[in-house]
Design a protein around this ligand. Structure first.
Ligand SMILES: [Zn+2]
Ligand SMILES: [Zn+2]
Length: 148
C-alpha cells in the first residue's frame, strides 16, 4: 500500500529514528527534540546547517562532505574579494608621515588624520589620569582621616 515515494519529503529525526518529520519542519522539530532531557548534548550541530546533527565522530566525517559547506565557502570567497583590493595598511603609513612632516602647520588637525592614533593616545592619558585621580583621592582621604 504505502509506496516509498510517498515518504520522499519525510526525513527521520537524528535523535530518534522513530520520529518521521516533514523535511521542511525538521529544523523546528530538532530544536524541540534537542530540548528533550535525554537528547541534551547527545548530538552536535553541523556548523553549516543547524538541521544537520550527528554524534561527535559522525560530525567530523560530515563536515568534510557537508553540501552546505561548499556553498558557504563559495559565498565567503566572493565577500572577501573587495577587502583584498582595499589598501588597508597604507592608512597608518600615511598617518605617520603627516604627523612628522607637518607638525607646525597651524591648520593641521591631527584628529582628522590620526583619529586612530589619537584614540590610543587619549585613552592612554585617560587611563593614566584616572589612576592619578584615584591616587589623589586616596591621599586626600588619608589626610582627612589623619586630621580627625
Ligand atoms: Zn525527534
Ligand atoms: Zn552539514
Amino acid at each position: 500500500m504505502a509506496s516509498t515515494s510517498r515518504f520522499d519529503d519525510f526525513v527521520s529525526c537524528p535523535y530518534n529514528k522513530a520520529h518521521i518529520v516533514l523535511r521542511g519542519r525538521l529544523t523546528k522539530h530538532l530544536v524541540r527534540c534537542s530540548r528533550n532531557p535525554e537528547n541534551l548534548n547527545k548530538l552536535l550541530v553541523c556548523p553549516f546547517n543547524e538541521s544537520h546533527r550527528f554524534d561527535a565522530q559522525q560530525l567530523q566525517a560530515h563536515i568534510k562532505i557537508c553540501p552546505e559547506r561548499a556553498g558557504l565557502e563559495r559565498h565567503a570567497q566572493k565577500e572577501e574579494q573587495p577587502l583584498v583590493a582595499e589598501p588597508v595598511s597604507q592608512v597608518s603609513i600615511e598617518c605617520e608621515e603627516d604627523w612628522d612632516n607637518e607638525p607646525d602647520a597651524p591648520t593641521y588637525d591631527p584628529s582628522a588624520y590620526c583619529e586612530e592614533n589619537l584614540v590610543i593616545r587619549s585613552s592612554g592619558l585617560h587611563g593614566q589620569s584616572k589612576s592619578v585621580r584615584r591616587d589623589f583621592r586616596a591621599k586626600e582621604r588619608r589626610r582627612f582621616a589623619e586630621k580627625q
